[in-house]
Design a binder for this molecule. Structure first.
Ligand SMILES: *Cc1c(COP(=O)(O)O)cnc(C)c1O
Length: 405
């Protein structure tokens, strides 16, 4: 036998000794504010179910209705026979919600980002010896990084600017100003998942204009979350309609199933339908999920209290966890990083909190810098004040026991 299994076994052991092994804890109930784990009810503080739609009765019903109307799937890609009317309706709905001209659906935001850059940049389009350049925030999501890697290295230069460092990005753009690039693209997350912090979109919009670059924002953690009406980071920071390309997921606030999209000018979206490989060579989004996503947008737009409840819950939890004596990274997003320092402490705290009825995960090096291990809390509109108080109580008990507070 080849030594592969032996080598993998050793690597798996190394993950465990270096505390980077990813353990899975199965839920025995639907995703919700409170879930069942090992027969016990615990408050969920680790999901992206920001609006509580993952097990909302209307969304569940929409999925079931969707299966009855359209079946579970299309058994085809979009351009062969995999397009249902509901795909087109959802694309229109997302585009108009985000004030963009058009939208293209993918199976996930990961695959949207994989399909975006190579889809736009890998053809000559009549240019001989062309070069493009892609500027990317150091902390961008893995899917943006992989998306960049799928571009041909000979023709796409990739440059990283320091996290949210507008001055650094400007220096890079300035250095490149007189170079003969065909396209210049700036790519950033709208909200970064480890810190819950926002990209400096107004400054990025101005830089993109000044240097004739295209701005791409992956707003997966902000769609349905930020902005008065849930239109995301651009709405929160008053640049709605000014971002050239938005990507996002249907798997977080907007129902928690799967699905992703790219929104932007109609020429860009139409071109991606012709060239973007995950779109052309992979089955289309199950139409029942396009149907339930329509319902999620409808709910978000009809029920203004959802976004407000999420924001109120976030403000409450952020204030009270600080009152207990915990150190957090301040901000407005329902991602609440609770800073503990050492990996072992974060691991231990997560374990003890589960025993006290709170589901929360720890993050440590190499996911975050050394010495900045943390618990990442995520608040939902589905949480009642009682749920949050139960969680805060557990934090008080465990914090004292482990001498954190
Ligand atoms: C979650 C996330 C993704 C992946 O979304 P999926 O639809 O689950 O593939 C991509 N980008 C960012 C910034 C995310 O937070």
């Amino acid at each position: 036998m080849q030594p592969i299994l032996e080598i993998l076994n050793k690597a798996l052991g190394d993950f465990k000794t270096s505390n980077t092994y990813k353990y899975e804890t199965p839920l025995e109930s639907p995703q919700d504010a409170v879930v069942k784990v090992k027969g016990k009810k615990v408050v969920m503080l680790a999901s992206n179910n920001y609006l509580g739609l993952a097990s909302h009765p209307k969304i569940k019903k929409a999925v079931i209705d969707g299966v009855r109307k359209f079946g579970p799937g299309m058994a085809s890609v979009r351009f062969i026979c995999g397009t249902n009317k509901v795909h087109l309706e959802l694309e229109k709905r997302i585009a108009s919600f985000l004030k963009c001209e058009d939208t293209i659906l993918y199976l996930s935001c990961f695959s949207a980002n994989e399909g975006l850059f190579a889809g736009l940049l890998n053809d000559k389009l009549g240019y001989e010896n062309y070069h493009d350049v892609l500027y990317s925030d150091r902390l961008n999501h893995a899917s943006i990084i992989d998306g960049g890697r799928l571009c041909k290295a000979e023709t796409t230069e990739r440059k990283i600017y320091e996290h949210k460092d507008v001055a650094h990005l400007q220096r890079l753009l300035e250095e490149d100003k007189d170079k003969n690039y065909r396209f210049r693209i700036i790519a950033t997350d709208g909200v970064f998942s480890m810190e819950g912090d926002l990209a400096p979109l107004p400054e990025l919009v101005s830089l993109a204009r000044e240097y004739n670059a295209l701005l791409v924002v992956d707003d997966s953690h902000a769609l349905g979350v930020l902005g008065k009406t849930g239109r995301g980071t651009p709405e929160e920071l008053n640049v709605l309609g000014q971002v050239d390309i938005l990507t996002g997921t249907l798997g977080k606030a907007m129902g928690g199933a799967v699905g992703g999209f790219i929104s932007g000018k109609k020429e860009i979206i139409s071109y991606l339908r012709q060239t973007s490989r995950p779109y052309i060579f992979s089955n289309s989004l199950p139409p029942c999920l396009a149907y339930s996503a329509m319902k999620a947008f409808e709910l978000l737009q009809k029920d203004k209290s959802l976004v407000k409840k999420l924001r109120d819950n976030t403000i409450y939890f952020r204030k009270e966890i600080k009152n207990l004596g915990y150190k957090i990274i301040d901000g407005i997003h329902p991602i609440v990083p609770i800073m503990l320092g050492e990996a072992a402490l974060a691991q231990n705290a997560s374990f003890e909190l589960l025993k006290e009825g709170v589901y929360i995960k720890g993050l440590w090096f190499p996911v975050v810098p050394r010495g900045e291990a943390r618990l990442r809390g995520q608040i939902s509109a589905a949480h009642s004040k009682k749920d949050l108080d139960k969680a805060l109580n557990a934090f008080q008990k465990v914090g004292k026991r482990l001498k954190i507070i």
